[in-house]
Unconditional design. Structure first.
Lengths: 330, 328
């Protein structure tokens, strides 16, 4: 799988992406010079704590960062061969919601409370596809039944507040999939939902994306959510990618001390409970302040030494397909 | 439990209803949201009871009913031998000294215009223990040290702290008047993964050190399994199962508990590919008109005729393992 993927041309090619926010109190360097690729049909998990830059990275890809105060810079930021940063806002709108679509965390705030579900769905489909009246209606009904909503005709006339959180998120997924996207970005799609619904939504995203052949990016802070639903995982910390590997490899053989620490600090239901949880000391650095020259994880790292203070560790391949940014991993 | 059989808290058939008015003209019957509809449990000194369930199932309302932050509609809450539901005014306030609460959101639960000194000192001021201002400040500094905050930050404001540190302030505040019983309402849900473990460890250390008793509410079953001695599962205002944690997680009896446990994602891809989750059909019914008989029956995959006809009794099916299901 790795080899075929390497031969394929990435659908999203990012090199040297750097995102800054110029704020009154100073400059926030939210994403710091990161490079990665997303391959067609692949499912990528992006894991990190709040403020690590995981959402900003993909909002930048969608050009949804307000500029100013934001500033997006990249050596390469290509979607399907097109340089995203060079597109006009109008051209970008043709990609957004159509070829790259997004599901957000909170389905209550991302749906318009004063419009019916049907109106909001038709709005998106009309914008990108030339469908009219009955064909449009049929498409909406088809989409709603695809995401597992019963009585779709009736639901089209409902307002968001009449649906439960789980149903609203299903509607969001239906809207996101309405134009058969090439990439589906899901930013914490289940964080606001109950555990029984969480599982159903994750499975739904996985199976629908597979049917469509769409690449998915699942942005989350929950290692459990990505374990069963992704092919590859990217771990981010303080605006940097610290580790990337296939999902089985990352869980079996985590290399970066941050990934290792995180995995150890999660209480597990499938194992006997330990006396004490492992915990990473300290807190993530404040990206508003000037960072140290070396590794960003340094203040919390159990295996640091002098070399870590002076130079930024390179992001290098330690094993096939397993990249780590750490001086102390060989 | 490990600490002898002294019952610190006994809750008997607790009900908390909220009146609502649906009719415009004031006609019709008065309706109630039956947020908690007959919950019974007890807590031993030094024990942690985990309370789990989905949002809206009544776990927070149960805790607030116990603390008398919502006055229960009926039922009894015995704390140190006294029924809290019958206490009021000064007497109740005095008893509150022994019962404190840690809240979910460390951003919303700390007054942004108060310094750490004022926040942690407030319960002491209210209860006038210790009486002297200087002693109270000493106690604040001592508490800061205890929860892992730097005492030199005593004059800072909440916004100057990170989420994890703010939750430590909340913990210090709850400990200020030396309580015996603390309700932890989703204390780590708003925190990042790497910070969660720190706060969980802190809560456990404090429990051991001061022989505290926790009612620990969370929707994160992995956290609950780690920190609790016993776990209770709630659904639509009632308790459906209660057992020692390893017993509950290895031998869940109620179909709802089984479905809930089967949907926990585990950070292990091998496990995840094998995990088959029991999908629950439909939505949680309205707590205004709960279904007749067993409240879970409309969504239960094992339901039989009896389930919609009569309410299943809360019974002890194995030592210390309680459930309410006709089919068990």
């Amino acid at each position: 799988m790795e080899t075929t993927q390497n031969m394929k041309r990435p659908i999203l090619d990012v090199e040297g992406l750097d995102v800054k926010f110029y704020l009154r109190d100073g400059t926030l360097n939210a994403v710091r010079d990161i490079s990665f690729a997303l391959f067609p049909g692949e499912s990528l998990g992006v894991v990190g704590e709040s403020g690590c830059g995981k959402s900003v990275t993909f909002l930048s890809v969608m050009r949804l960062i307000p500029v100013p105060p934001g500033k997006i810079q990249a050596a390469t930021l290509r979607f399907d061969g097109t340089d995203i940063l060079k597109l006009s806002e109008k051209e970008m709108q043709r990609i957004r919601g159509n070829r790259i679509s997004m599901v957000f965390q909170d389905p209550m705030t991302s749906l318009n409370p004063v419009l019916t579900i049907g109106k909001q769905m038709r709005e998106v489909i009309k914008l990108h596809m030339k469908l009219k009246d009955t064909a449009l209606e049929d498409r909406c009904i088809e989409l709603l039944s695809k995401v597992g909503i019963s009585e779709p005709q009736m639901r089209l006339r409902s307002y968001p507040h009449q649906l439960s959180g789980g149903l609203r998120q299903r509607v969001m997924i239906a809207i996101a999939l309405s134009c058969n996207p090439t990439i589906l970005l899901a930013d914490e799609p289940t964080t606001a939902l109950d555990v029984t619904i969480q599982d159903q939504i994750l499975r739904l995203i996985k199976s629908l994306a597979r049917d469509l052949g769409a690449a998915t990016v699942l942005i989350t802070h929950n290692f459990g959510a990505v374990a069963g639903t992704t092919d590859r995982i990217m771990v981010m910390y303080a605006g940097k990618i610290v580790e990337t590997a296939t999902t089985p490899e990352l869980f079996k053989n985590p290399l970066h001390p941050y990934t290792k620490g995180l995995l150890k600090s999660i209480p597990r239901v499938d194992k006997e409970t330990q006396e004490k949880l492992f915990s990473i000391a300290g807190a993530p650095p404040d990206l508003m302040r000037e960072l140290v020259k070396g590794c960003a994880f340094i203040a919390r790292c159990p295996i640091r030494d002098d070399s870590c203070y002076h130079h930024l560790p390179p992001f290098s391949e330690k094993k096939q397909g397993h990249y780590v940014s750490c001086w102390k991993v060989f | 439990m490990q600490t002898g059989n002294h019952k610190l808290l006994q809750v008997k058939d607790l009900k908390v209803y909220f009146p609502i008015n649906l009719s415009v003209l004031g006609k019709g019957k008065k309706l109630f949201i039956k947020a908690v509809d007959g919950v019974s449990f007890d807590l031993e000194t030094g024990e942690t009871l985990g309370l789990v369930g989905e949002s809206g199932c009544g776990k927070s309302t149960t805790a607030r009913g116990v603390l008398q932050l919502y006055r229960p509609t009926s039922g009894q809450v015995f704390f140190q031998g006294k029924d809290l539901c019958l206490e009021k005014g000064d007497a109740l306030r005095r008893m509150r000294q022994s019962m404190q609460m840690i809240f979910q959101d460390p951003y919303a639960s700390l007054d942004p215009r108060m310094t750490v000194k004022e926040i942690i000192g407030e319960p002491m001021k209210v209860h006038r223990v210790p009486e002297k201002k200087k002693e109270r400040l000493e106690r604040v500094l001592e508490l800061m040290q205890l929860v892992g905050l730097n005492p030199t930050d005593v004059h800072r404001y909440p916004h100057e702290f990170s989420g994890g540190q703010r939750q430590r302030i909340g913990v210090a505040r709850s400990l200020a008047v030396r309580p015996e019983f603390i309700v932890c309402d989703e204390p780590v849900s708003a925190l990042d993964v790497s910070i969660q473990a720190q706060v969980i460890n802190l809560l456990e250390e404090l429990r051991e050190k001061f022989n505290l008793t926790y009612l620990f509410i969370s929707h994160d079953l992995s956290v609950v399994k780690h920190i609790s001695h016993r776990v209770a599962v709630m659904y639509l205002g009632i308790m459906v199962e209660l057992a020692e944690k390893n017993e509950l997680f290895s031998k869940p009896l109620h179909p709802y508990t089984q479905a809930l446990l089967s949907s926990i994602p585990v950070p292990d891809p091998v496990f995840e590919t094998r995990r088959t989750s029991i999908a629950l059909e439909g939505e949680i019914p309205s707590p205004i008109f709960p279904p007749p008989g067993c409240r879970f029956h409309p969504r239960c995959r094992r339901k039989e005729n009896i389930c919609s006809e009569s309410i299943p009794a809360w019974k002890e099916v194995a030592p210390g393992h309680f459930t309410a299901c006709h089919l068990v």
